[in-house]
Write a protein that binds this ligand. Structure first.
Ligand SMILES: [Zn+2]
Length: 77
């Protein structure tokens, strides 16, 4: 199962959850306050951080793109 990152707006807490792909878009309960937390799209944050255009440095194999099942979308090159 892939690991997804979530962010709780109440505690300003980031946490990770192992979830099946089918539940990737669902919110997760915050481990502290149990409120619904939205999934962070960390891939995009990584992309925007690099200003040199070296997209291949992120993720390595290109198979961990959160936006698609493989390496076929525009964000995973
Ligand atoms: Zn919380």
């Amino acid at each position: 199962m892939p690991i997804y990152e979530y962010h709780c707006p109440c505690c300003d807490l980031d946490f990770e959850r192992l979830r099946p792909l089918s539940a990737a878009d669902q919110s997760a309960a915050c481990p502290k306050c149990q409120s619904e937390s939205r999934r962070r799209v960390s891939q995009f944050a990584s992309f925007s951080r690099g200003s040199s255009g070296e997209l291949s440095a992120v993720g390595g194999g290109g198979s961990n793109c959160g936006g698609c099942s493989g390496s076929s979308c525009s964000t995973c090159h």
